[in-house]
Ligand binder design. Structure first.
Ligand code: SD4
Length: 338
């Protein structure tokens, strides 16, 4: 027979492990278990709220990460989607990618006049034998799939920003321009034409323990015509390995591409690092490569692992990310290196 003390000890352990099964946690970045969603920047918060509607009903992470970023693509006067800043020729071009729990992935880049590049990326994944369509071909595919061709017209904010930019016509990536101008929580509508937020990345773990991720962007404002950054590139702007974790990147795409950023974070998690440590180690790699020039750029990563632990890390101060789970909903400043 079990003594009373031993019985208590065992039943406590029993309830803790039952809790742990449904609700994993660890110290440091909060816990959170499944389902859970994490997104980049301040816009991550409203995007997470939409994703959560799907996750909390036991829905698939893939559906959640598509729907979540779509509302940001939708907002006509925001940083992502057709309302965003154009390239240096005054044309908005969009990039996006999506990846599910089976290594299925789809991407589009240099896509014009289509409101939801993330959904076109999903169609590429689900309806073609390919992973990546670009430019006129991506647009042709979108139209064939029934996506409406929108008017070629800059939003009020983008028009003003572009006219300002034309005065000097200097392309200089700015660090955290998003938060400098809009404070700790930016609403979806901005008042001045000087915003320059470009991207939302989202990764999620669903009730069934499956991971997926999405990333959608207008790319760096006033970029060279034809320039594509990391955001639609599987392994750079986004990567999902359902045995390990899911990661999305934001910031200076060129510097994320050269180290296959999101894939690198996943590989560090595979080696046993927590999501935050894995993001940090990847940022350190970029820092090492850039040397003194690192201060001119921003790069940030968000990550979730198979247990539902989340984390983020940035090169510089000012990168925010949003988390939503059953017990937590927060927008947080990421830790940073310099
Ligand atoms: C790009 N990574 O096109 C994107 C930009 C970005 O917030 O993340 N901006 O390089």
């Amino acid at each position: 027979m079990l003594g009373r003390r031993k019985f208590l000890h065992n039943s406590l352990l029993g309830s803790v492990s039952a809790l742990a099964t449904n609700h994993e946690w660890q110290t440091g970045e909060s816990v959170v278990g499944k389902p859970i969603v994490i997104s980049t920047w301040n816009e991550g918060k409203p995007a997470n709220a939409v994703a959560w509607q799907i996750l909390q009903k036991g829905g698939r992470a893939l559906d959640a990460v598509e729907a979540g970023v779509m509302i940001i693509e939708d907002s006509q006067n925001c940083c992502v989607g057709l309302g965003a800043n154009p390239d240096r020729d005054g044309i908005v071009t969009l990039d996006a990618c999506i990846m599910d729990e089976h290594f299925n992935c789809g991407a589009v880049a240099f896509l014009e006049r289509i409101k939801h590049p993330i959904s076109v990326a999903r169609r590429v994944m689900e309806k073609t034998p390919h992973v990546f369509l670009v430019g006129a071909g991506a647009q042709q595919f979108a139209i064939a799939e029934g996506f409406p061709l929108e008017e070629q017209k800059l939003s009020t904010n983008a028009k003003e920003a572009y006219e300002n930019w034309l005065k000097k016509s200097e392309y200089k990536p700015a660090v955290n321009i998003e938060n400098r101008q809009h404070g700790p929580y930016a609403p979806l509508q901005f008042e001045n034409g000087d915003w320059n937020h470009d991207t939302i990345g989202m990764v999620a773990l669903d009730t069934n323990g499956n991971l997926s991720g999405s990333c959608t962007t207008s790319g760096m404002g006033f970029k060279m015509r034809g320039r594509v950054g990391d955001s639609p590139i599987i392994g750079a702007g986004l990567y999902v390995d359902n045995e390990v974790g899911a990661v999305a990147a934001t910031g200076q795409g060129e510097d994320v591409i050269r180290i296959c950023g999101s894939h690198t974070v996943v590989e560090f998690m595979r080696q046993g690092l927590s999501p935050e440590q894995a993001c940090k180690k990847t940022v350190e790699r970029i820092f090492k490569i850039k040397g003194a020039k690192a201060k001119d750029i921003q790069v940030g990563f968000i990550a979730v692992n198979k247990k539902g632990q989340v984390g983020a890390f940035a090169l510089q101060k000012g990168f925010t990310y949003a988390v939503k789970s059953k017990d937590a909903e927060y927008l947080k400043d990421a830790k940073f290196l310099i």
